[in-house]
Design a protein around this ligand. Structure first.
Ligand SMILES: [Cu+2]
Length: 184
């Protein structure tokens, strides 16, 4: 009887430590999640995603629009499978037509391609940046909206070792990737 109680107390203590340990441990062992940033920018006249090549799983990844929607339109930051990236000029030209990835992204966001998005961010799979979509499967996506200076941040929950590919549904030539590394 005693032994069982003792074991239960040990188990409780372990739970308490797991729950509160990080907070109690103090500055030296606490790792506050880092925020990595991908900026939407004009570089030498071209719209680009500018950000690091890698991010740690568990870090926050913030997307910041530094361009003026009145000048260049809004953007999306949309996770898509590598094979869904429109590579050729014609694939980019036709991207916003039925059965193409830009139109699929619009649908993830609750838009018919003309109406404004009703789901923003569009979420897929586990909470956070995790899921790359394609024509048949929803992915994670954020729409910057029509106001300048908007941003959106959420945790990177994709498995380490994954390379996340992303694109803009409004400017399909805007594409990039970031590799997810193990948590710090
Ligand atoms: Cu764009």
């Amino acid at each position: 009887m005693r032994k069982r109680l003792a074991l239960a107390i040990v188990a409780l203590a372990a739970t308490a430590l797991a729950l509160f340990g990080p907070g109690l441990a103090g500055a030296e062992t606490t790792t506050t999640p880092k925020t990595d940033k991908i900026e939407i920018k004009i570089v030498k006249g071209n719209l680009k995603f500018v950000g690091p090549k890698t991010v740690s799983r568990g870090d926050d990844l913030e997307i910041v629009n530094t361009t003026n929607p009145k000048q260049v339109g809004p953007h999306t930051f949309s996770l898509v499978t590598k094979g869904s990236l429109p590579k050729s000029h014609s694939a980019q030209e036709n991207c916003f037509t039925p059965n193409h990835i830009c139109m699929a992204i619009a649908k993830w966001q609750g838009s018919n391609g003309k109406s404004p998005p009703t789901k923003n961010p569009a979420k897929a799979g586990p909470e956070g940046w995790s899921t790359m979509g394609n024509l048949n499967k929803k992915g994670d996506s954020w729409f910057t909206g029509e106001k300048p200076g908007t941003s959106f941040s959420q945790v990177v929950s994709a498995s380490s070792g994954t390379t996340l590919y992303f694109m803009c549904a409004i400017h399909p030539f805007m594409q990039g990737s970031i590799k997810v590394e193990p948590a710090n």
